[in-house]
Design a protein around this ligand. Structure first.
Ligand code: PEP
Ligand code: MG
Length: 584
């Protein structure tokens, strides 16, 4: 990192995943938002280059056909216009250079093409001649045609596989959660995006990668160039571009210190998780795909507290997973947990998790047809999922978790569908756990006010703090413009959470927190003081939270938490929280 060419500058955003990363910027172009981007295996490079060539040839044929079938009365310049597009299509800027990006950077074809488009767009923007500048639109149109062709063949793509690349820092305007998932098994070292809030699903998946990440930077895509040297400081939410040697040295030291601290933390790996006053605490894993389950187990998970099953459905085009595919996926997760419970949430699509990348969302997506509402509006699909979940329950302990409940009818309709799924499996001769437990996610304030109904009809509760905060405070969790109002410490939020935990504890009903709050070590004592005993989080957080648990005295904490809950003055709350987190 010695050759430092460009001026150094710093961008500030929202920190979403701890740690420090030093590496080079890999821009995912703004225009690439709807395309898949992943790294390919060296052995697949030529196949990928061929995909690009084939798509280019198909567009060539498409343009020729268009030119040859122009109506008699078409304006004369139309044919010339199509000829220009043919020339652009075959210009080496759109053929040779993307192919080089595939070969050298191992980008998939769509990523290579849109990266190159981004570079060309910037060059066009700098041209003084207005006529030439306008030609950018032609290039964009051609690239879009090629992308469409590539998308047509997308289902034939091999799944992205691992890579040895080790300095990849992805910079994007935004990344869809499903696309972020594709980076799960790549050796990336950092992420930074212009958009996004702390608990957007993109941020959640990024955090599960356990690499430093910052969102809400606003202008990263505008100011950071491909291959710029970067430092991502995920602790304070800062990205330093082209850092000076002095800053670099400082950050290298800081990174070393963090690595030492991380090593030290590993010593807690086999210590039983209980408070100082002997209360056993259960640490469960949040997972997105079945492949996460073995990692969760080896990290010390005592079960899966939240399997976000919707990730199996996203970006699948017309080919949604059928009962067999779902059954195999759930069974894989269940088997990987080796007899520990797996809580699988039914499909939670909508809002920032659309079914397809170009899905037209309802005008107010977070308040629209989302989660259980969506599932009940597609009863056929929901029934398939319930059958697959039931079948998986014959292979090990499975619990079904229902997202975003608020209405009595949602509970009753789901239980009816579940009964129907059971009788269909009886007829088909499939085994399942007849007493499978069904739980409610508490994510909407209204659910807290109908707890007696939920507790009467269902078997356990899991508090989704990400949405509970969003819906209590009317703050879009994905919108960086209102991120400062997304306050987990707001008295209304704390009172709702405390109420759910104490109601459940009073009647001995299992209750967990599975939102990001559960994995935040700064919130551990607060939740313990409220009486929480089940925490579900990404496994990377386990030891950080465990460290807090081991030093905490639940009896003492509950007294301090009582004072926090009755305080409505933010200043007093802050002081009390600081006291809580420094008490032993
Ligand atoms: C939550 O809302 O806290 C939760 C765990 O669900 P998700 O983040 O998937 O909406
Ligand atoms: Mg939620």
């Amino acid at each position: 990192m010695a050759e430092q060419i460009d001026a150094s500058f710093t961008l500030t955003g929202i920190p979403i995943s701890r740690g420090i990363a030093l590496g080079r910027a890999h821009l995912i172009a703004h225009t690439a938002l709807e395309v898949r981007h992943y790294l390919i295996e060296p052995s697949a490079v030529e196949v990928e280059v061929n995909r690009l060539c084939t798509a280019t040839e198909e567009v060539h044929t498409e343009l020729l056909t268009l030119r040859d079938t122009l109506p008699e009365d078409a304006p004369e310049e139309m044919a010339a216009f199509l000829d220009v597009h043919l020339m652009i299509l075959h210009d080496e800027m759109l053929t040779k250079i993307p192919a080089q990006l595939i070969r050298k950077q191992r980008y998939n074809a769509e990523w290579a093409l849109t990266t190159q488009l981004e570079i060309l767009s910037r060059q066009f923007d700098e041209i003084n001649d207005a006529y030439l500048r306008e030609r950018k639109a032609d290039v964009v149109q051609i690239v879009e045609r090629v992308l469409k062709r590539l998308a047509g063949a997308a289902h034939a793509l091999a799944a992205p596989t691992s890579t040895t690349k080790d300095d990849l820092i992805v910079i994007a305007r935004d990344i869809a959660p499903a696309d972020m998932l594709q980076f799960k098994h790549h050796a990336l070292i950092g992420f930074a995006t212009d958009l996004g809030g702390e608990t957007s699903h993109t941020a959640i998946v990024a955090r599960s990668l356990d690499i430093p990440a910052v969102v809400g930077l606003q202008h990263a895509c505008q100011f950071i160039k491909q291959n710029d040297w970067l430092i991502i400081d995920g602790d304070i939410g800062v990205v330093i571009v082209n850092p000076s040697q002095l800053i670099l040295n400082e950050y290298r030291d800081k990174k070393n210190q963090q690595q030492q601290a991380h090593k030290k933390l590993q010593r807690l790996r086999h210590t039983p998780t209980q408070t100082e006053d002997g209360i056993p605490i259960t640490l469960l894993a949040n997972i997105e795909i079945p492949d996460d389950a073995p990692h969760a187990l080896s990290a010390g998970a005592m079960g899966v507290g939240l399997f976000r099953s919707e990730f199996l459905f996203m970006n699948r085009g017309e080919h949604l997973p059928d009962e067999e595919e779902q059954f195999l996926a759930y069974r894989n997760a269940v088997n990987a947990m080796g007899g520990l419970p797996a809580t699988i949430r039914t499909i939670d699509l909508g809002a920032d998790k659309p079914l397809y990348a170009d899905h037209i969302a309802s005008p107010n997506a977070a308040l629209g047809l989302r989660a259980i509402r969506w599932a009940l509006s597609e009863p056929h699909m929901f029934l398939i999922q319930l059958r697959a979940l039931l079948r998986a329950s014959a292979c090990g302990p499975v619990q079904i978790l229902l997202p975003m409940l608020a209405h009595h009818a949602e509970v009753e309709q789901t239980l009816l569908l579940l009964a129907r799924a059971k009788s269909e499996l009886d007829i088909a001769g499939h085994a399942y756990d007849a007493n499978i437990k069904v739980g409610a996610m508490i994510e909407i304030p209204a659910a807290v006010f109908v707890l007696p109904m939920l507790m009467q009809r269902l078997d356990f509760l899991s508090i989704g703090t990400n949405d509970l905060i969003q819906y209590t405070l009317a703050v879009d969790r994905t919108d960086s413009a209102v991120a400062h109002l997304y306050d987990p410490h707001h008295p209304a939020v704390l009172q709702l959470i405390a109420r759910v935990i104490s109601e459940a504890n009073r009647v001995g009903m299992p209750v967990a927190v599975c939102g990001e709050m559960a994995g935040d070590p700064n919130m551990t004592r607060l939740l313990l003081g409220m009486g929480l005993q089940e925490f579900s989080m990404h496994p990377a957080q386990f030891l950080h939270v465990k460290k807090e648990i081991l030093q905490a005295n639940q009896a003492q904490l509950s007294k301090l938490v009582h004072n926090i809950l009755i305080s409505t003055d933010p200043h007093t709350t802050r002081i009390l929280l600081a006291q809580l987190n420094s008490s032993s």
